[in-house]
Write a protein that binds this ligand. Structure first.
Ligand code: SAM
Length: 228
């Protein structure tokens, strides 16, 4: 087959600095925000003319962080507890023959600032530095199919953790309500890989959000943030 070659039309600036803890799909962490910056020569306002009429967009991107790891025909979706295998094409796994991701996200606004064309996004599942291949408007009459059969992913994952903060951390976050909400949004889903959950009760976990290294411990369904 003829190989295709694509170039990045943009790059994502996201508070998620590492894979661990990023929501497993868009739409799960409403407080998450990112900026999609168009790259030259695509950073022209004309290229997004009319896009601001749409509340949501499809972002087609490269799983750049894991692209080198290749793919396997079957993977273990977290939704199935991480132990059952499914065909890669039956999942949204990052380990695909072509490491391409597809996320529908909220388009908050478009900012044109000198040479920069910036799309402000919300409710994302994208790693910082994600290369973007394409952007398309989300069109509900065609793209939203509420009656569709969604197999093993029929409903959204549940927020199974109650998230609390050590008093010193709560004080630190008093002036950072957006960050606090983002931490709650993300951690309430339990970021641990499904197949490791049983073994990990005494461990201190860390997740890089923005410029913070969020440290937390988990006891059953209670998650406590102990460091920032
Ligand atoms: N919504 C997309 C899709 O369905 O194609 C992505 C789904 S994938 C299960 C979401 C996960 O991909 C995130 O939780 C994060 O761990 C990972 N991820 C996000 N951006 C990435 C990137 N640039 N490189 C590698 N992994 C990434």
């Amino acid at each position: 087959m003829t190989p295709f070659s694509f170039q990045s039309i943009g790059i994502v600036h996201s508070p998620f600095k590492e894979k661990f803890g990023i929501p497993r799909q868009p739409g799960l962490a409403p407080s998450s925000k990112a900026v999609l910056e168009l790259l030259p020569p695509f950073n022209v306002p004309d290229a997004v003319n009319g896009l601001d009429q749409f509340s949501h967009i499809w972002v087609v991107f490269v799983f750049h962080e894991t692209a080198q790891r290749g793919w396997t025909p079957t993977v273990r979706p977290p939704r199935l507890g991480g132990n059952e295998r499914m065909g890669v094409f039956a999942t949204r796994s990052t380990h695909r023959p072509n490491p391409i991701g597809l996320s529908v996200v909220e388009l908050d606004r478009i900012e044109v600032n000198g040479e920069k064309v910036l799309l402000h996004l919300k409710n994302i599942d994208l790693l910082d530095g994600t290369p973007v291949l394409d952007i398309k408007p989300y069109i509900p009459y065609s793209d939203a199919l509420p009656q569709a059969n969604a197999g093993f992913a029929a409903s959204a994952p549940e927020r199974i953790m109650t998230v609390s903060f050590d008093s010193a951390i709560a004080e630190q976050l008093a002036d950072l309500p957006d960050l606090k909400q983002l931490i709650i949004d993300v951690l309430s889903f339990d970021p641990r890989p499904a197949y490791k959950v049983e073994k990990s009760e005494d461990r201190v976990y860390g997740m890089a959000i923005g410029d913070k290294d969020v440290k937390f411990i988990i006891d059953k369904n209670k998650l406590r943030v102990i460091g920032l």
